[in-house]
Design a protein around this ligand. Structure first.
Ligand code: FAD
Length: 509
């Protein structure tokens, strides 16, 4: 979309605000721009190209996608966010929120050049009242988990990376190992404070602006800038982390392993306890591809873990390694984040990480589990081309459904998240090594994983997970994959709340 019609409209609008077209890199005199004047009049102190902070402030998590915003601003409160949105609207500049900045497609920077990024870094207030948390949208998952733990041993279900922001994560789903018990992070949200495209600061909840609440919990990036989330919290649970590793599998054993895993997870008679967070990890390993069944079992003892997984292990065979760890809640957060110390959850103390990568995903539904043909093709790809590439890849299978999972039992239209029929997601991720693999080849290699499944199930229209957003999709393809039955409603709500597409990115409605 970079050179498409939308970019042309955005750039034309900005150029007309500047009088004659001036490349952003040459904006020296801020007085030339009504748009920048507007931001400055609102005390938003925009960072623009040429400023010493611009390169750092506009650096994306995914270094492959270095979009150039016309300006970045750091409002201190919802009024400042509102002023920024109005400056964008009045001057024809598209606006995007940035919470943790970890969008795989760098959509907080616009997903194309020339947008206004509203960075929420200063909206980091956190409070608890009874079981209810109020969370400024600049907070990241590590800081939230730490705050809840240190203030009454409270917890929520959310993803694993401490640096991921609540804005994108909860706005578009937010899956964690405790989600089968407590739902997606979006499902744990009770109400939102949100600035809509007209600059109004609104409350959205099941009883106030319920259509906006429905849309912003699942398709949050399109419906305004959320400034604060009010969420339910839960008593933090002790748990057992488990990992059964099979370093000695070949492609056929691994495919059979996946078949056993999905049958075990999808058993309608012996329902899998919702306290189980269950995954499969596949990675190329040092000496060959490694297949590992892992996860966290909340609130139980080791004997219960052993008895629960005994029927599955009978099918999987003898693991090359078994790991079991009894842990309190915050240790489970550290374990899943792959960090050692509690201080590493405080993201104000840790520098942001970056990667140069491409990722995409598949949801496999409970009604149409992966066929043997499809899993054979997938694992032949992992153990074949996957053993002979310099792309640093991994694949993670996350169990969403099975048993009475809180993710799936709420029904298909609970909020805009459009995959309540999912049994599990698969994320395919590849770091593309600088200089040795082209972007096109790296992307094609990762897409080969998804194509392997699709070629084994040609009549299935797979859904995908919007938080693993695929940077290569057109809007039409994205809607088909992320919101197949919600696109029409989301488009009409977009027309209602943002008719001029002020808050906009290439896969928007
Ligand atoms: C290392 C890593 C691990 C991950 N693990 C998991 C996981 O375990 N489970 C899972 O579900 N996902 C996971 N993800 C994916 C993650 O949920 C998404 O990348 C998420 O969208 C990032 O949110 P963010 O606020 O950091 O990103 P941003 O780039 O700031 O935002 C992402 C999108 O949301 C919009 N947005 C951000 N804030 C707001 C707001 N306040 N109001 C409205 N729109 C907003 C942005 O404009 C952008 O379009 C992981 C990602 C990474 C990088």
């Amino acid at each position: 979309m970079r050179g498409g019609l939308r970019s042309f409209i955005v750039l034309s609008a900005v150029s007309s605000a500047f009088g004659a077209w001036i490349p952003y890199s040459q904006i020296k005199n801020r007085g030339e721009s009504a748009f920048l004047n507007c931001l400055e009049s609102a005390n938003l102190d925009p960072v623009v190209q040429g400023d010493s902070d611009y390169a750092t402030d506009s650096s994306p998590f995914n270094l492959r996608l270095q979009w150039k915003p016309v300006a970045l601003v750091y409002p201190e409160d919802a009024n400042g966010v509102s002023a920024a949105v109005q400056c964008g609207a009045e001057n024809g500049v598209n606006v995007n929120a940035r919470s943790g900045g970890h969008s795989y497609a760098a959509f907080a920077l616009g997903g194309e050049d020339g947008h206004l990024t509203v960075s929420l870094d200063k909206l980091r207030h956190l409070s608890l009242s009874g079981d209810t948390a109020t969370i400024g949208s600049g907070n990241k998952l590590g800081d939230i988990a730490l705050y809840l733990w240190e203030n009454g041993k409270r917890a929520m279900a959310h993803g694993t990376c401490p640096e991921v922001g609540i804005g994108g994560h909860a706005g578009q789903g937010g899956f964690g190992l405790a989600s089968r018990s407590w739902g997606l992070l979006a499902d744990q949200v009770q109400s939102l404070e949100i600035v809509t495209a007209d600059g109004q600061i609104r409350t959205a909840s099941p009883t106030e602006n319920p259509d906006l609440f429905w849309a912003a919990t699942g398709a949050g990036a399109s419906f305004g800038i959320i400034t604060s989330f009010t969420t339910v919290t839960h008593a933090a649970l002790d748990s057992i982390a488990f990992a059964y590793t099979f370093a000695n599998y070949g492609a056929k054993e691994a495919s059979n392993g996946l078949q056993a895993w999905q049958t075990f997870a999808n058993d309608a008679v012996n329902k899998l306890d919702t306290a189980v967070g269950l995954q499969i990890h596949i990675d190329p390993g040092d000496t060959g591809v490694v297949f590992s069944v892992s996860g966290v079992y909340y609130g139980v003892n080791e004997a219960k873990v052993n008895s629960t997984f005994a029927p599955l292990l009978k099918k999987l065979g003898t693991p090359s390694d078994i790991f079991l760890q009894k842990q309190d809640w915050i240790t489970s957060v550290l374990y899943l984040a792959g960090v050692d110390s509690i201080s590493q959850l405080n993201t104000t103390l840790t520098p942001d990480t970056h990667d140069y990568f491409y990722a995409t995903s598949t949801f496999v539904s409970a009604k149409e589990p992966m066929t043997q043909t499809a899993s054979d093709a997938l694992f032949e790809y992992f153990y074949g081309p996957g053993s002979d590439t310099s792309v640093e890849w991994f694949a993670i299978f996350d169990l969403y459904g099975g048993g009475d999972s809180a993710v799936t039992k709420v029904g298909p239209d609970h909020n805009a998240f459009n995959a309540r029929d999912a049994l599990y997601s698969i994320q395919y991720y590849g770091t593309i090594p600088n200089g040795t693999v082209s972007d096109a080849d790296g992307i094609a290699f990762i897409q080969g994983m998804k194509k392997a499944i699709e070629s084994g199930m040609p009549s299935t229209q797979f859904k995908e997970y919007v938080n693993y957003i695929d940077s290569t999709y057109s809007a039409e393809e994205a809607h088909k994959r992320y919101y197949p039955t919600h696109t029409a409603n989301l488009t009409s709500l977009k027309d209602k709340y943002d008719p001029n597409r002020v808050i906009h990115f290439p896969q928007d409605f």
